[in-house]
Design a protein around this ligand. Sequence first.
Ligand code: SF4
Length: 363
Amino acid sequence: MAAQESNIGRNLLGKSKEELRSLLESLGEPGYRGGQIYHALYAERRFDFGAMTNLPAALRERLAREVCIELPRIARSHRSLDGTVRYVLALGDAKAANIETVFMPEENRQTICISTQAGCAVDCRFCLTATLGLTRNLTAGEIVGQVLVALDDNRDALKPQTNIVLMGQGEPLLNYDAVMAALRILLDPEAVAISPRHAALSTSGIIPGIERLAQEKVRPHLAISLNASSSEQRDKIMPINRKYPLEKLLDACRKYPLRPREWLLFEYVLLNGFNDSPEDAQRVAKLLANMRAKVNLIPWNPGELPFRRSDPARVEEFRRILLDKGVLVFVRDSRGQDVMAACGQLALSESQTASEQAPVPAS
Ligand code: SF4
């Protein structure tokens, strides 16, 4: 364990260009070498100093002795029929934990759903991650590392565009600094180079985090896990609503300074007989009136929790009502995507289960 812990400061993964420059200078090397490592690590995905041929051989050898690049380790992976791969990744540094990352191939792109915390403390009643509680926050390196591992593991079949969604385990806005440090690397055209237009962060509604995100120069799309048509109803499935009530949350959303081509995404998990009535749809339309918003309706995927799936006719009626009221609305299909439906619906974290063959919950 002592050896593992000593890697925390030595691991270059998650360091910004400025941090790498300073580190190289502290080693008595020119600062620009830090920029070269930044490019090799994040843009070229070279995880071995020996492969960083843009560096002199002596420096490569020195780096291999004195620092390291430690990616999350693939403990298990589960491939569903539609090509979706769910990874269970083992994190070694500090407090060991397992997290989940999902790789979803599509025709012209891949979407990677990443976790921001091991477990989650927010306790949404429809989310299996909630049953785990919070183990710990992830570091910036552990967040960036999930994307690098998924890209590298699928390197022979990558499509030109990569999307990322911060909708795995955890509430991203409760790990704000590490999440933003990771996003600055992921969205940097000189690093992982994912377009901010192809990135989305889903929150259960942490208002101070939304207000901070509003100030960021580069940021992903903001998605809100709504799931209810009134504050009273939301209280019953999302205890966070008692701290950040729906009215105040929507107020923060209205104040969110949307840029051209930016919109708010509201995720709505349809729970049969609880929040899927035509009256609910009418109320949701009213709540979102005059907002530049899209709604994703997510029919509940039967699992271990005491909810039932909405009838397809009811889903369609809900969709139709929103559409008639002028709300842009989509129904998520039931492929592997649904493992990342609302924030943290990555269900069966295997950090606490021994099952090797736990199915992808929604495939
Ligand atoms: S839905 Fe998101 S915020 Fe809610 S408990 Fe699950 S992971 Fe946490």
